[in-house]
Design a protein around this ligand. Structure first.
Ligand code: PSU
Ligand code: MN
Length: 309
């Protein structure tokens, strides 16, 4: 038999059945587990997010590469490996074929998870924050592959905006250029991950999950290329003080420059230093915003599945 797609993709049966029956399914990434949060909070987060997705009417599909296969729905053993090993590859679009070919293990970023979700027929994807245009872009040309993926892959990503480790105005400009709709959920501004506001006005605000589902439906029906970004602010009670977190982020960036950290190592380095410097306060905020995104993302997926197929 000739090698095909099925040789490199493995579905969990429940997820496969749900996709085939047009039931709501929500994809979840694994870089957030391996590189975005420390152990053991990463495992707790992965469990709780899956629980919240189910409570809100959808089926969770955590995606990673295990032993040379894209797994649509990892199991407990996979999760343990991803959460506890410090040498798991961070897999973006460019790395997928290499990690599969070498029968490796990899945690998928937003870009790679979108790509895999789309391959699998999953339309919604919940995460914490996306990558974007890095500060000092003019020196480094560092733009996350997440933005390029949003430009070309028809998956709706629910996030809490982007961290101000990034250049947020340029990130929004980039998304505009690439034709990506950015929807503020019950907000007029782009949320800045740890804080509800960034001072950057969005073009589009929607106040119900049904309206968002309808927009996705139109975009799909017209087969408009590319993804959609839903920006869901962190709950008020979990948000951090802007001046406090901004000064910590500035310090972390300064350290990364001194140490010459760049490329794919930069984002994980900054995330880790921020958790250390805030003595876990940023981690708690991060957990709460992911849970909130899981709730809203699943409700959007559930609303979408009620629209005519
Ligand atoms: N931002 C976060 N937490 C994360 C990431 C970003 O607040 O875990 C991860 C996501 O997987 C995202 C990736 O896709 O970092 C972006 O990395 P880069 O900037 O190297 O493209
Ligand atoms: Mn980068």
């Amino acid at each position: 038999m000739k090698t095909n797609y099925n040789n490199f993709v493995e579905f969990n049966q429940e997820i496969k059945d749900a996709i085939n029956n047009h039931l709501p399914v929500v994809a979840l990434e694994s870089t957030i587990i391996s590189h975005g949060m420390p152990y053991p909070q990463n495992i707790e987060m992965a469990h709780k997010v899956e629980e919240i997705v189910r409570e809100n009417g959808a089926i969770p599909a955590t995606i990673a590469i295990m032993d040379g296969k894209i797994k649509i729905g990892i199991n407990e053993e996979d999760l343990k490996i991803l959460a506890t090993n410090s040498d798991i590859a961070k897999v973006s679009r460019r790395d997928i074929a290499a990690v599969i070919a070498s029968k490796g293990v990899g945690a998928t970023t937003v870009a790679a998870t979108m790509l895999c979700a789309n391959m699998a027929g999953i339309k919604f994807f919940v995460t914490g924050g996306i990558g974007g245009v890095h500060r000092e872009y003019e020196k480094t040309l560092d733009v996350s592959a997440d933005l390029e993926e949003l430009a070309q892959t028809p998956v709706t990503v629910i996030c809490a905006g982007a961290k101000s480790i990034l250049d947020l105005p340029r990130t929004l400009e980039y998304l505009e250029t690439k034709g990506v709709p950015v929807i503020g959920f019950k907000t007029d501004e782009l949320p800045a991950f740890f804080t509800r506001n960034s001072g950057l006005k969005l073009n589009l605000r929607l106040d119900s999950v049904e309206e968002i589902a309808k927009l996705v439906y139109v975009q799909d029906t017209l087969k408009l290329k590319g993804g959609i970004l839903v920006a869901n602010p962190i709950p008020e009670e979990s948000s951090l003080d802007k001046e406090y977190i901004d000064s910590i982020i500035d310090e972390a960036i300064e350290e990364s420059e001194k140490l010459g950290v760049k490329g794919k190592d930069l984002t994980p380095f900054l995330l880790k230093r921020i958790v250390e410097k805030t003595e876990g306060k940023s981690l708690e905020a991060n957990l709460q915003l992911v849970y909130n995104n899981a709730k809203i993302g699943s409700r959007i997926a559930a609303a979408y599945s009620k629209l005519p197929a």
